[in-house]
Design a protein around this ligand. Structure first.
Ligand code: TRP
Length: 449
């Protein structure tokens, strides 16, 4: 007998849950990193185009697959395309989520270090070079391992207890708080001397800087940030109420996520230019710049502390969804007990993750070519596995599921009027796969590093 499946109680519930998975370190840490390293404005414009023409169709496609099949990522393909190789797409998604968890937990651990540093008032009165020095010392010590282990244990504990619902309830309150603090920070940052230089860097596109490398980075970042391209949103889609409008739901999630990323950019770049931090500073961009802004604010101590606590929670809601993806696969497809699956997946991610952390130390020899093991995992998932996953999902929707099913879900069996439905299908069937292939091939052909 099929178990009665739960549905989200309200439309806000769906958007909040899917946005909870999407909003995380990807927006506040990874987005500014990528934008900074890839020419600022040039990156932003490509990123926004990708969000509109690929991000929304892909999120919508995943919601459609999920709601139509009512199953998890692998199961959805088994239901909609029985006895085919399509479930492999779901399987690749499970592997990606495992690998993402491994390196994501390194950075998630940093948020705990920042909470600790805020608590002991480490940042107070420190100059940028002192804060940078503190970060280097931290990275070369054993502390990153402790924090990372702690973070994974916390994630596993929550996944094991199945209290995600509780966490989600808190996240619905805490994430808007993160948003508010981000806006306050943004305003402060814009009043710093030289702020306009940062804004120019972030918003003024230099078209000559749009290279295949910039396009693939923007594509990878968009998919990473939206949590699309690996079927995570299929699972959320499977819980969406039959009456909800999938187009408005997916668009709202995408817009929320993008807004947070842009706010992070408007906060970080002006401050970085004001304090003389290079936009190419990578990891330090978010983690070293933000405490400096807090330093200049009234009530900075408490704002800084609250901000890093909220960032840690945003990261936690993301790591929960990442671990849950592997656990659900083993539990539902291989009948392994939830406890056993959680423990082993967490231990596995921790082992791979410790190597990722180790590779970020100075003079680490976990480097291949000029890429650390951390960056290899990051590039492999965001720039290869997720785009390929996204490509296959759009092909599945456009060429396997067929137009009638797509339109049927999009319009709720014809009861909802969607003006652009044919155009949306056309984009999903032709434009999206073609664009993804062009970006992947373009990068391979023109820009092998
Ligand atoms: N999107 C999250 C972020 O921006 C990271 C994340 C959580 C993720 N779950 C995911 C990425 C699933 C890809 C797939 O921080």
């Amino acid at each position: 007998m099929e178990k009665q499946r739960e549905n989200f109680g309200s439309k806000f519930g769906v958007i909040a849950a899917a946005a909870g998975s999407a909003v995380g370190l990807g927006n506040i840490y990874r987005f500014p990193c990528e934008a900074g390293e890839n020419g600022g404005g040039a990156f932003l414009i490509v990123y926004l185009l990708i969000i509109v023409f690929l991000g929304i169709p892909l999120m919508l496609s995943e919601f459609i697959i999920g709601r139509r099949s009512h199953r998890n990522t692998v199961g959805a393909f088994k239901t909609l395309a029985p006895k085919t190789v399509w479930p492999i797409v779901g399987f690749v998604g499970v592997i990606s989520s495992f690998l993402i968890l491994a390196f994501y937990s390194t950075i998630a651990g940093w948020t705990l270090e920042c909470i600790y540093k805020s608590l002991i008032n480490f940042y107070h009165g420190k100059s940028i070079s002192e804060i940078e020095q503190g970060m280097t010392t931290f990275n070369n010590s054993f502390r990153p391992f402790i924090w990372q282990t702690l973070f994974i244990i916390l994630t596993a504990f929550i996944v094991l207890r199945g209290i995600e619902k509780g966490i989600e309830k808190y996240a619905k309150v805490l994430m808007p708080m993160l948003f508010v603090i981000l806006i306050i920070l943004c305003v402060k940052s814009l009043t710093l001397p030289n702020a306009t230089e940062g804004l120019k860097f972030f918003f003024k596109p230099d078209f000559s800087k749009i290279t295949p490398e910039v396009c693939i980075s923007a594509l990878g970042q968009a998919f990473f940030s939206l949590s699309v391209g690996m079927g995570v949103q299929i699972t959320y889609g499977s819980y969406i109420n039959k009456k909800d409008n999938l187009l408005t739901s997916s668009t709202s999630v995408v817009m929320t996520d993008t807004l947070v990323a842009i706010l992070a950019g408007i906060t970080i770049f002006p401050a970085a230019f004001a304090m003389g931090i290079s936009p190419k500073a990578g990891a330090g961009l978010a983690f070293n710049t933000l405490p400096l802004i807090f330093n200049q604010m009234a009530g900075g101590y408490i704002f800084c502390l609250i901000f890093f606590i909220l960032l840690a929670i945003a990261a936690l809601t993301s790591t929960i969804s990442l671990l849950e993806a592997s656990v659900a696969y083993f539990v539902e497809e291989h009948a392994i007990k939830r406890k056993k699956a959680t423990i082993w997946c967490a231990i596995g991610a921790l082992i791979v993750g410790l190597f990722a952390t180790l590779s970020l130390k100075d003079n680490s020899n976990l480097v291949i070519g000029n890429m650390s093991f951390f960056n290899i995992l990051d590039n492999l998932t965001a720039n290869i596995l997720m785009p390929v996953g996204g490509l296959l999902i759009t092909i599945f929707i456009g060429w396997r599921l067929k137009k009638t099913a797509f339109i049927d879900e999009l319009t709720n069996q014809g009861t909802t009027k969607i003006a652009l439905k044919n155009i949306i299908f056309f984009i999903t069937k032709y434009i999206a796969p073609l664009a993804i292939v062009t970006i992947i091939v373009g990068r391979l052909v023109f820009n092998i590093k």
